[in-house]
Design a protein. Structure first.
Length: 202
């Protein structure tokens, strides 16, 4: 008997190109450490998920009707095909959550002139020269089990708001940005999730 894993409509994107780009981005935790942290975060929150590859994303898996949430762990690199699939997903009512520097480079690691999902997240990113900042993240109010502050983590201090609303900050840098797009929503966590274990209970 074949069993189909329950995924609660949540997709986690695996990006091989982003793994490469992270080795060229100084000052931030590695792609691998970030990717490993996400399953623990989701499972401890009671959610099941499915990992999809960049190739599956390009081929339309995200927009197959089975997903309601996409998580992009440190996905700095994305092809134009991936970008369009993500934009369509959110336009049609899905939600996307990303952390540091989403879609600032193409699938070969070449920086775009501007972040290809910046308007979706309501921000402006420096695609060439990020500004790593270590800081605690302070929320305007308690969020889930985290309380109002997270343990110190890395943020990109170069990010600017461009239509999105900031719900938290770290040393004056927007840290949680929420933006409506089409029928859906985009949430940018402008901080690394790699040290999630240290964040618990903070």
């Amino acid at each position: 008997m074949a069993l189909d894993r329950c995924d609660d409509g949540i997709a986690v994107l695996y990006s091989a190109s982003s793994n490469h780009v992270s080795t060229l981005t100084a000052g931030f935790p590695s792609y691998g450490d970030t990717l490993k942290a996400v399953p623990g975060l989701l499972e401890e929150s009671g959610f099941q998920f499915r990992v999809i590859s960049y190739r599956q994303l390009e081929q339309g898996e995200l927009n197959s009707g089975r997903f309601r949430l996409l998580i992009m762990p440190y996905c700095q690199a994305a092809s134009r095909e991936e970008v369009e699939q993500i934009r369509q997903f959110v336009r049609d009512g899905g939600t996307v959550i990303a952390d540091l520097r989403p879609a600032v480079a193409d699938q070969h690691g070449k920086p775009y002139d501007s972040g290809q999902l910046d308007d979706l997240f309501g921000v402006k990113q420096n695609t060439v020269t990020p500004s790593p900042v270590k800081s605690r993240v302070a929320f305007d109010r308690k969020v889930g089990t985290f309380g109002r502050k997270l343990a110190a983590t890395m943020l990109d201090g170069s990010i600017e708001l461009a239509g999105g609303s900031a719900f938290a900050n770290g040393s004056g840098t927007p840290a949680v940005i929420v933006n409506d797009f089409g029928k859906g929503a985009a949430i940018l966590l402008n901080f690394s999730l790699a040290n999630y274990g240290q964040m618990e209970g903070q």
